[in-house]
Design a binder for this molecule. Structure first.
Ligand SMILES: NC(=O)c1ccc[n+]([C@@H]2O[C@H](COP(=O)([O-])OP(=O)(O)OC[C@H]3O[C@@H](n4cnc5c(N)ncnc54)[C@H](O)[C@@H]3O)[C@@H](O)[C@H]2O)c1
Length: 316
């Protein structure tokens, strides 16, 4: 994700210059920096954050490193876009919320990029227009072709479902008060992973959101969302939005992208451009540390639901 963002900042974002990259694996940092030319590699992330030539920081390190790095950015008063999840547990996420509050104003945007995806943005505008009446239910599908070998059952909640946690909170403008994560008989495509999963959220206004997450669906990357309101439904993520092809045997159809970097390319572009524009205006927009904390808290409850087989209340 960091390599993709580095190219985005260097080549596709107006008003920003990529001056330095950092990674605990120097080979990875150099592989990103060298082709871009003139980009420094600073091995120590804390040194990069404190560097006077660095005005703003995009964190795309492993989630376990986020807390320390975000806190360093707050200490150095640097505008920061931190990839999701903000941190891995609610206690550390709350420490970040508190540190930013103590600083006195917002510095951090959390990388829930779906809020910048043109289709989700259109859905939000339609829902907020009032034309469809109150939102009652939402059905989500979130499928990957395959998961990395190190992926564990709980990561499906923590790393994948976290996107639907945020988008549900964003589209409803409400908190999630309960989560239940169910596991059908798992796919035989992998061993040792409870995949797929079906998560059910209860929103604070009483609505229900269900999400299928299937990270070894074998086909490609599919993210769909259907909002069910009092006077109609809105569906996004249909392949009809993409390119149609014909094939041997007279078949025709749209294309399913392999991964999120293709499906959400415009969301990432809009997210980073909006972040850079806001930094230059001395503003912070988009998902806040509170949004990051809330998503982490819901996922922590979701992982408890996975373990216990019961719905778990979420207290923020
Ligand atoms: N928004 C999205 O759609 C999306 C998609 C993919 C990944 N992500 C997020 O981006 C982050 C990175 O994910 P990834 O898939 O690129 O993982 P990855 O493991 O491929 O890359 C993480 C990199 O961070 C480096 N790293 C680890 N600890 C570090 C530290 N303390 N300081 C500096 N570098 C460190 C690792 O060496 C590695 O190169 C995660 O938080 C992940 O959830 C978000």
């Amino acid at each position: 994700m960091g390599a993709d963002h580095a190219v985005r900042v260097a080549r596709r974002t107006a008003g920003a210059e990529l001056v330095a990259v950092s990674d605990t694996d120097p080979g990875r940092a150099e592989a990103v920096a060298n082709p871009l030319g003139g980009v420094r590699v600073i091995p120590d992330a804390a040194e990069l954050i404190a560097d006077p030539k660095v005005d703003a920081v995009l964190i795309a390190s492993s989630a376990v490193a986020h807390e320390e790095q975000v806190l360093a950015c707050i200490e150095q008063a640097k505008y920061t876009l931190c990839e999701k999840p903000l941190t891995l547990d609610r206690a550390s996420a709350l420490r970040v919320v508190d540190a930013e509050a103590a600083f006195g104003r917002r510095l951090i945007q959390v990388g829930f990029m779906r809020r910048f995806d043109p289709e989700y943005v259109r859905m939000k505008t339609l829902l907020d227009s009032g034309r469809f009446g109150r939102l009652l239910m939402m059905h989500n599908v979130h499928r990957n072709k395959q998961s990395p070998e190190w992926f564990q059952t709980e990561y499906i909640v923590r790393d994948s479902l976290v996107h639907e946690v945020d988008i549900a909170r964003f589209l409803f403008g409400e908190e999630i008060v309960e989560i239940n994560v169910l596991t059908p008989t798992p796919t035989s495509a992998v061993t040792g992973l409870l995949d797929p999963q079906l998560a059910i959220f209860r929103m604070s206004g009483g609505a229900i959101v269900n999400t299928e997450v299937f990270v070894n669906a074998q086909v490609g990357y599919e993210v769909r969302c259907e909002a069910v309101a009092e006077r109609g439904t809105i569906t996004i993520g249909q392949p009809s939005g993409g390119v149609y092809t014909t094939g041997v045997g007279g078949t025709w159809g749209g294309e399913i992208p392999d991964d999120y970097l293709v499906r959400f390319q415009h969301a990432y572009d809009h997210e980073v451009q909006a972040w850079v524009d806001a930094c230059r205006d001395d503003e912070v927009i988009g998902p806040s540390t509170w949004d990051g904390y809330a998503a982490t808290a819901v996922c922590e409850a979701g992982m408890e639901s996975l373990r216990t087989g019961r719905p778990v209340r979420v207290m923020l």
